[in-house]
Design a protein around this ligand. Structure first.
Ligand code: F0G
Length: 486
């Protein structure tokens, strides 16, 4: 895909697949979208799918499957124990990650649950390049503390740094020197760092982290959920990897880590998860907990059909022409928005296009949840469902004080091979309109606020009747009824 040159200039990302099964979409009139948003408590997680035009909430469990994945699902061997399906998945995971042991679990956070239960002790620290919501919640619930040691560039909205997901090696050394290695449970590296805009780490950086961990006898735990994007960026951007295949890069990464876990809702384009390792002791400890929390060792809470799909999906992930689709669409969308002056995270990462809500709505303080407000406004203006990734996605500290997020982002995820370029152009159009009318957008406040992972189920309301003003302006600018009745 990246190789294709266009004769008349104006290169666009070219899909290396064709669409053979489709799902009908609805585009409701804006008045109905406003109603749906209000009913959902201004929380895009609580919208109903028939009300959503483009679902850019996440890439989790919603990537398009290939014909080969679907075919494999038909030959799944359904049995509680000893299923052939598991043998195929087990062999594929161990081949790709070059590990001796594999354990199946029902999704990524299930891996985090067991790893935290086993390795996080009260008052220990887990240094990481950046946290993810569920990984942090599991560490905290087990009495541990997360220390983020990202490079300074990580939080710069606009940067040229090719690897904003790198860990700061000097800060890691300093953290170990101050606290002592015995206070550290393990070092967590997250591929395709989710919450800072799907930004990758480099192989070189991981090699340096390994060196420090070797010096202090520490384990590295890799969260490989977003590895596909990270692999693509390493191949594209890192000199030492230019001649390596995607599989060789995958193995090089895995060989630097003690334990690798992944959400197969992302990696492998199925629905499941797993942990792999060469460390027999760790394997034996985790294995004990699988039947207790997940299911028997040959399915770990996954359906056999999904396991077959993951086996094929993992092999397909080793194809650069497959894993480049999402990053190239994201780069297209990000660059087009930037040309129109819309504040976005650069360089474009994996996972999705990220709007910088702090700059977009610079008239709103973080306590009014600008990223949440922008996600709600975008749904009203377009039928596009994005995800708040800012202060709403944090939780209050023990004293009930709001923890302000480092960044206020609206993530527009790019599920792999799902959207066409014209749909992306529609998204760019509506986001640009919204940006020109940004002063109409007001803040949000909680109606019901759960204590843990509040962004999933919390309900909010607006601090004024700004949605009415937005709808009025939309009607003025875009007419009463367009061809799509929107
Ligand atoms: N780690 C990372 C980096 C993730 O992005 C996710 C999920 C998980 C772990 C947890 O995996 O959902 O299978 O339990 N991210 C989803 C998202 C929820 O929308 O970004 P899971």
């Amino acid at each position: 895909m990246s190789e294709v040159k266009f004769f008349y200039g104006d290169a666009v990302p070219l899909e290396m697949h064709k669409v053979r099964i489709v799902q009908k979409l609805n585009l409701l009139p804006i008045e109905q979208r406003q109603e749906a948003m209000e009913k959902a408590g201004y929380n895009t997680f609580l919208l109903q799918n028939p009300d959503v035009f483009m679902d850019m909430l996440t890439d989790s469990g919603v990537n398009a499957m290939s014909d080969k994945q679907q075919a494999a699902m038909m030959q799944a061997d359904d049995s509680y124990a000893g299923s052939e399906t598991f043998t195929r998945l087990d062999e594929k995971v161990r081949e790709i990650f070059d590990t001796e042991y594999f354990l199946p679990l029902h999704q990524g956070r299930a891996c985090e649950n067991l790893l935290s239960k086993l390795f996080v002790k009260p008052d220990t620290i887990v240094p990481m390049n950046y946290h993810f919501t569920t990984s942090k919640a599991h560490i905290v619930i087990n009495g541990g503390k997360v220390e983020e040691i990202f490079i300074d560039e990580a939080l710069k909205i606009n940067s040229e740094h090719p690897f904003k997901g790198n860990m700061d090696i000097d800060k890691l050394k300093a953290l170990i020197a101050i606290n002592g290695a015995e206070k550290i449970s393990y070092v967590r590296m997250e591929a395709g760092t989710n919450l800072i805009g799907g930004q990758p780490f480099s192989l070189e950086n991981l090699q340096e982290v390994r060196q420090v961990c070797d010096d202090h006898g520490l384990m590295i735990v890799l969260d490989a959920s977003l590895l596909a994007d990270n692999l693509y960026f390493i191949k594209e951007r890192e000199e030492q990897c230019k001649e390596m295949t995607i599989k060789e890069i995958t193995r090089a990464i895995s060989n630097l880590c003690d334990i690798t876990y992944f959400s197969a809702r992302k990696l492998g384009n199925g629905r499941g998860g797993g942990i792999c390792t060469n460390n027999k002791e760790a394997y034996m400890k985790i294995r004990e907990l699988i039947p207790l929390y997940e299911g028997f060792l040959t399915y770990g809470g996954m359906s056999v059909r999904e396991m077959e799909a993951i086996t094929v999906g993992l092999e397909e992930t080793m194809d650069e022409n497959m894993i480049n689709q999402a990053p190239q669409f994201i780069a297209y969308m990000t660059n087009e928005l930037q040309k129109r002056g819309v504040p976005v995270i650069t360089p474009p990462g994996g996972l999705g296009c990220h709007l910088d809500a702090s700059a977009f709505l610079d008239h709103l303080p973080q306590t009014k949840y600008p990223a949440g407000a922008l996600a709600a406004a975008l749904y009203i203006a377009s039928g596009i469902r994005g995800m708040e990734r800012g202060t709403l996605s944090e939780q209050r500290d023990e004293d009930g004080i709001e923890e302000l997020a480092h960044m206020e982002l609206v993530r527009l995820a790019m599920p792999r091979r799902v959207f066409t370029l014209s749909q992306i152009k529609y998204a760019i159009d509506r986001i640009t309109w919204l940006y020109e009318n940004r002063r109409l957008i007001g803040g949000l406040k909680f109606v019901e606020e759960p204590n843990v992972l509040r962004f999933f189920f919390g309900t909010l309301t607006t601090d004024s009747n700004w949605p009415d003003a937005l709808v009025d302006k939309y009607r003025q600018d875009l007419g009463k009824v367009c061809n799509l009745f929107c």
